[in-house]
Design a protein around this ligand. Structure first.
Ligand code: SF4
Length: 314
């Protein structure tokens, strides 16, 4: 997964001497070994232990302040951020053959002729194998080109364009991988059915029911927020999540509706950071993953676009 033989020549090409390493939680158990291997090759390493959910969160300014001359970011694809240090993106693919699972569930796919395949970066090789298997079984496969993500068929929690770009020609979306964050997010962004081939449980799950429940929860959150008087608008300082202009636009919108709003800034939003502040609702301009922790905040969290629905709700 974190292959020193692959990483070391790239660092050598950059003439790196001091390397700042960022890995997602799933690769943390391997990062100390990697560090030892790199140090054995003469490099100095600093390991970031801040949570890291995406390549939107490149900590190169922090790395530079520590005297590093390169950053190794593992587990995510390049998000296109401009950085002050050279960054090596080590995508870390998992080699999983989905054909046996697809064979098991072929009957459930019988009503879909044109299937759009989507996944996350670590399972892109599974996508290619699935495409071959499904074509051999008479399916037409669609792979859309993403905007922020890097590879055909790749989704990010903030970029579903690989699916949306081919929706008119597709009968359904088939997400393959693990975890519900991406397939559930996708189900809220598209109209056609979304199926989730879960590599952990081996189930093929139609997300129609979950989509319906999530939509109901979203409307309930918007309805509750529409009754609020005081809002905080959250801006993240993570370079790929910082949207100050969007926050200012949200503030203007809220004030034009007679509400009070403050723009608050942090690397990551947690309930304790809001203690002492007046806020009945939160507008999120950063990563949509915050919505996953919504229960911890005990107040509705909505997106900037949701403010447009206040008048309908009133
Ligand atoms: S903003 Fe969130 S969903 Fe988008 S890449 Fe970053 S962590 Fe992933």
């Amino acid at each position: 997964m974190l292959d020193t033989e692959n990483i070391l020549p790239k660092l050598k090409r950059l003439r790196a001497r001091r390397v700042f390493i960022q890995v997602p939680e799933g690769l943390k158990t391997r990062v100390q070994e990697l560090s030892r291997e790199l140090e054995g090759a003469g490099l100095k390493t600093f390991i970031s232990i801040e949570p890291c959910f995406g390549a939107c969160d490149i900590r190169d300014r922090e790395a530079r302040a520590l005297g590093c001359d390169a950053l190794l970011h593992a587990g995510h694809s390049d998000y296109g951020l401009k950085t002050v240090l050279p960054v090596i993106y080590e995508e870390c693919r998992i080699d999983f053959d989905p054909a046996p699972l697809l064979k098991m569930h072929l009957g459930d796919l019988r009503s879909f002729k044109k299937i759009c395949l989507v996944t996350t970066v670590q399972y892109l090789s599974s996508l290619a194998r699935a495409a071959t298997f499904l074509r051999e079984h008479g399916k037409k496969i669609l792979l859309g080109s993403p905007i922020k993500a890097r590879h055909p068929g790749q989704l990010l929690g903030c970029d579903f364009s690989a699916a949306k770009s081919v929706e008119p020609g597709a009968d359904c979306f088939l997400f393959m991988g693990t975890g519900t964050f991406h397939p559930l997010g996708l189900s809220l962004e598209v109209e056609k059915p979304v199926l989730f081939l879960d590599f952990e449980s081996t189930e093929l799950i139609d997300l129609g029911q979950e989509r319906f429940s999530l939509q109901k929860m979203r409307y309930a959150r918007i309805a509750k927020a529409s009754d609020a008087r005081d809002f905080v608008i959250f801006v993240s300082t993570k370079p790929g999540q910082a949207h100050p202009d969007l926050a200012m636009h949200a503030k203007e919108k809220l004030e034009s509706l007679g509400r009070r709003a403050w723009i608050v800034v942090a690397d990551q939003l947690t309930p304790s950071k809001l203690m002492g502040l007046k806020a009945e609702a939160i507008i999120n301009t950063a990563c949509p993953r915050i919505q996953e922790d919504a229960k911890l905040f005990r107040k509705p969290i909505i997106s900037v676009g949701d403010i447009d629905m206040f008048e309908e709700m009133g």
